[in-house]
Design a protein around this ligand. Structure first.
Ligand code: SAM
Length: 330
């Protein structure tokens, strides 16, 4: 079925829905007759809607998202597909369980469009330094879905005390060297130590709990000459905390492993990443699967957005798409 993409994106603009990236590339790779899709990062349902609209009536989709606040918008977007769609409040690290619960034996196409949606940037939940709000940053606002065990020892310690910890919990409970390590590991922040020092100093006046408070700490820690670069100086600090809070690297590793297991013969896994840390995980695991397991890499080099896509959707600027296929049984 042909899809009118211009009308589609105009409608999204009016309703400020998340604008899906690499739509044409994903449709070209994942759509097949009688498909069983899992959109592991359903968001506002943009990719899911396009996938189903481009597929036959027998095709079905399970949408997973940790953020219950987005479910209503996605449901609305996908209403016309009726029972061909199921929505699950879960982490995509549990993709195997979700698929099993739906009674599916395998999946023909899986998509992970990592990170935040437009909704998170607008919400006052700590994701964006441009907003007011509390320093929460959990994708799951209910805190009820069990996330994978964090890798870092200091995060394991916090997780034992507060299982669904927030950014505020990390900022107020980690030691200075641990904060510096977190900012370096997950944010590749050059001034990690100075920012960690600033956080500990600020804590002497009481808990750090607001977005502007953290942004000010970063600003004070940055040397004057470095304050006006291409990206906002608080970007890496906010990114690092979000990755740690949501255990994004641990989740991705588990999810890729499980996805490769549940793919049908000829099934494909597509992942859109937005920064080097997550792209490295995808690149290495896909390469390994193509070298020593029964898979073919469909993107030797990642697909990057066209000039046109970046122009119409600046969010796509740093996006990379990698796709792998389970070899067809002979
Ligand atoms: C970039 S948005 C996806 C947008 C979506 N493709 C669309 O077209 O609207 C990423 C979504 O993944 C969700 N998410 C992040 N980590 C998750 C996880 N571990 N499990 C399930 N959903 C997750 C976020 O809540 C967010 O809604």
């Amino acid at each position: 079925m042909a899809l009118d993409l211009s009308t589609h994106s105009q409608r999204r603009e009016e309703r400020i829905l998340h604008q899906p990236i690499f739509l044409q590339e994903i449709l070209a790779q994942l759509v097949q007759p009688g498909a069983r899709y899992v959109d592991g990062t359903l968001g506002d349902g943009g990719h899911a809607k396009a996938l189903l609209a481009a597929s036959d009536e027998q095709s079905k989709l399970i949408g997973i998202d940790l953020d219950t606040e987005g479910h209503a918008r996605a449901k609305q977007e996908l209403l016309l597909f009726g029972e061909r769609v199921q929505i699950a409040h879960n982490t995509f690290a549990n993709i195997d369980e979700v698929v099993k619960q739906a009674g599916w034996e395998s999946v023909t196409g899986i998509l992970f469009d990592l990170g935040m949606s437009t909704h998170h940037l607008q919400a006052e939940r700590g994701f964006s330094f441009k907003n007011q709000g509390v320093l929460d940053m959990r994708f799951d606002p209910t805190g009820t879905i069990l996330l994978p065990e964090p890798t870092e020892i200091y995060l394991k310690r916090i997780a034992r005390k507060i299982s669904a910890y927030t950014a505020k919990d990390l900022l107020n409970n980690l030691h200075e060297d641990e904060l510096a390590d977190l900012l370096l590991t997950y944010g590749e922040e050059t001034f990690a130590e100075r920012i960690a020092g600033g956080i500990v100093q600020e804590r002497r006046n009481g808990d750090i709990d607001s977005v502007p408070q953290l942004t000010q700490i970063v600003l004070r820690a940055y040397p004057g000459s470095k304050r006006h670069g291409r990206i906002h100086i608080a970007t890496k600090t906010f990114q690092a905390l979000r990755i740690a809070v949501n255990r994004e690297y641990e989740t991705l590793q588990i999810a890729i492993k499980k996805s490769l297991e549940i793919l049908a013969s000829g099934g494909k896994l597509a992942i859109i990443s937005f920064h080097s840390g997550e792209d490295r995980i995808v690149k290495h695991r896909f390469r390994q699967a193509a070298q020593s397991e029964n898979f073919t890499l469909l993107t030797k080099h990642p697909i990057k957005p066209t000039f046109q896509e970046v122009k119409s959707n600046s969010w796509s600027r740093s996006a990379k798409l990698r796709i792998i296929e389970k070899n067809k049984s002979k």
